[in-house]
Design a binder for this molecule. Structure first.
Ligand SMILES: C[S@@+](CC[C@H](N)C(=O)[O-])C[C@H]1O[C@@H](n2cnc3c(N)ncnc32)[C@H](O)[C@@H]1O
Length: 277
């Protein structure tokens, strides 16, 4: 049980400060009663700064105006969970429906553009890159953009270096053998796949239209952290980044409900694609 000097004994005003800080910096809504989350995620920062409690950390950020520490707090409070070929039905739909159409429509320019809009440590963008090579598109002019709010996860994504536990999640053994090589206890993704993806730090609440137009945008498992207003704004911007007929793929529990005027909803097996009107 937490004692009075526990790292997690957060004063109500500091709890509110943390909620507001994370909301203003990343748009992420942290509900009440998340003390345990603050404790596990912020304890390493408290220790690293030689402080004793999360309350001291809040005071430290406010009195020293340490933007870097403030940013570290937001990154720590962000969920970065991801894995290769997450939601395989969506990759099946890309392989079986989207790519055959694009290969026909773009046979002259042979140019395709994709965006992984909350890329985290890169597995989503790299899964797509491997899928494109496997689908015979390696001779095409392909650009995949991977973006995230957090520069920490993007550094990892750029490295293309994954731990055993990460390649065990979702990556077919044949693709591990074909596109990775072992470096000590890690797996290094081949340069051929890495160079297909550019990673950039972008906040989804920014103006996004200039990034497009894309044939496909992944924006998965991030909208769940935003409030309705933020979601609406982002959905509008995402629509503006897509070619007409381009696909938006959301996470399993996310929907484009309320955007029927902008997107046609199409089911493909157990996957759902939102197709830009
Ligand atoms: C749970 S991960 C999802 C990763 C991947 N899309 C997937 O579905 O496997 C959510 C990511 O969204 C990023 N994120 C959170 N708020 C963001 C914002 N305002 N702008 C851009 N990225 C944000 C986080 O840094 C995190 O890496």
């Amino acid at each position: 049980m937490s004692g009075p000097t526990s790292i997690a004994q957060i004063l109500p005003e500091n709890y509110r400060f943390l909620q507001q800080h994370v909301y203003s910096q990343a748009g992420i809504v942290l509900e009440e009663d998340k003390d345990y989350l603050f404790e596990t995620r912020l304890a390493p920062i408290v220790r690293q700064l030689g402080l004793g409690t999360i309350n001291e950390l809040c005071e430290f950020i406010q009195t020293n105006r340490r933007i870097d520490v403030g940013h570290q707090v937001v990154e720590a409070m962000t969920t970065n969970e991801t894995y290769f070929f997450r939601d395989p039905a969506q990759y099946d739909a890309i392989r079986n429906v989207l790519l055959p159409r694009l290969m026909e429509e773009r046979r002259d320019t042979r140019r395709l553009r994709f965006w992984s809009a909350a890329a985290s440590t890169g597995q989503e963008a790299y899964s797509l890159a491997m899928l494109l090579i496997e689908s015979g598109l390696s001779g095409w002019d392909i650009q995949i953009l991977g973006t995230d709010f957090s520069s920490k996860v993007l550094d990892r994504a750029r490295s293309g270096n994954y731990q055993q536990i990460e390649v065990n999640r979702g990556l077919p053994a044949a693709l591990l053998v074909r596109y990775f090589h072992r470096v000590d206890s890690q797996w290094q993704l081949s340069d051929a796949v890495r160079k297909m993806v550019d990673f950039e730090s972008i906040d989804l609440r920014a103006s996004l239209r200039a990034l497009g137009p894309f044939d496909l945008v992944f924006c998965r498992n991030v909208m769940i952290y935003f409030d309705t207003e933020t979601k609406k704004k982002i959905m509008k911007e995402l629509h503006g980044t897509l070619f007409r007929g381009g696909w938006l793929l959301l996470g399993g529990v996310e929907t484009a409900f309320g955007f029927e005027e902008s997107f046609d909803r199409q089911s493909m097996g157990s996957a759902t694609a939102y197709i830009a009107r």
